[in-house]
Design a binder for this molecule. Structure first.
Ligand code: 3HC
Length: 301
């Protein structure tokens, strides 16, 4: 069954090579997923060799982990290692049909990335963005072919979460959207088409959910109480563990986007901002015991 709002599948273009801009954690997970499910070459790029090596290293480490768990055969693992490569220049995207960016959440940076990629790819190559909350239409503005820009928003952990938000910008054409849905299907994701609105749909709900728990702590409820109040509902993880998974900086950015768009509906927690400013990855240590320093920092305001 075709997902609601998806154009005719016949319009989808074939994808034979994928480019991933950015080699961070989420980008690395995306690169591996594309290689694994589409079985095509995937080239990652980043600003310097160190970041690129780290990104490709993440991919190789995950392949090794999957091999160790018997999820991949030795042949499949070797094939995947060969399919995912890194390049410092975007020229390596020249023959790509689908390029996705997962760089820093800044509209100007993302626009610059797309403008650079447009210099090397064909007119039909899809330019997808994994943005959590920024406007897809504005990201496409000023490009020669704004009709090939589409939102393609994954959820952490990328390999595991079935959800994929596909965002149609004002100029996105049917062939681009059909290609996005076809790729989503091959990735075995459950795609939903959402409006190009601040933080789309899912992050509005998640920001509300996490924002209310953070708000309770801001108002004086101890973290360990607020974070475990819903344990009996059987959610897969506590709100502050989810915050740690998403990354406080990303959560703060989404909250700020929503606050700017709807000041009466969404606030920005000063404590969250303080956690981000201190460069803390969350309030838990890696073994999921509360990190005393981060907790005091968060709840101390
Ligand atoms: N990478 C790859 N695989 C992972 C992984 C990761 N980071 N984390 C878990 N997995 C895999 C495990 O290997 C395991 O697979 P296997 O059985 O084939 O080996 C499987 O997932 C289940 O793992 P576990 O048994 O260790 O873990 P749980 O059963 O506790 O589930 C979870 C882990 C799926 C992460 C679960 O806790 C969950 O669903 N949490 C909620 C996550 C969520 O809501 N994400 C949305 C975040 S919002 C977002 O990303 C949007 C952005 O814009 C901010």
């Amino acid at each position: 069954k075709r997902p609601a709002g998806a154009p005719d599948r016949e319009l989808a273009r074939k994808v034979t090579k994928v480019g991933v801009v950015g080699a961070g954690l989420m980008a690395s997970q995306m690169a591996l997923l594309f290689a694994r499910r589409l079985e095509v070459p995937v080239v990652m790029t980043d600003l310097d060799q160190e970041r690129l090596d780290r990104g490709v290293g993440h991919v190789h480490a995950e392949i090794d982990r999957l091999l160790g768990r018997g999820r991949l055969s030795a042949d499949q693992a070797n094939r995947l290692r060969a399919l995912v490569t890194g390049s410092l220049t975007k020229d390596a995207f020249a023959d790509a049909d689908f390029v996705i960016e997962a760089v820093f959440e800044d509209l100007g940076v993302k626009k610059k990335v797309f403008a650079e990629v447009e210099e090397v790819v064909s007119a039909e190559c899809v330019l997808a963005t994994n943005t959590s909350s920024l406007p897809v239409t504005e990201m496409a503005a000023g490009l020669r072919h704004p009709e090939r820009v589409v939102g393609f928003h994954f959820f952490n952990p990328v390999a595991v979460m079935p959800l994929l938000e596909i965002v149609r910008g004002a100029e996105t054409d049917d062939a681009t959207l059909a290609t996005a849905f076809a790729v989503g299907k091959t990735l075995k994701k459950s795609s939903v088409l959402v409006k190009d609105a601040p933080a789309f749909v899912v992050n509005r709900l998640l920001t509300r959910f996490m924002g209310e728990v953070i708000g309770a702590v801001d108002e004086g409820t101890p973290i360990e109480v607020a974070d475990h109040a819903l344990d009996g509902l059987g959610l897969p993880m506590t709100p502050f563990t989810l915050l740690q998974l998403v990354g406080p900086a990303v959560a703060l950015h989404v909250a700020e986007t929503l606050h700017a768009a709807f000041p009466d509906r969404y606030g920005v927690s000063e404590n969250l901002a303080r956690l981000v400013a201190a460069g803390k990855p969350g309030v838990y240590a890696p073994d999921l015991s509360l990190d005393r320093e981060a907790t005091a920092l968060f709840a101390g305001g």
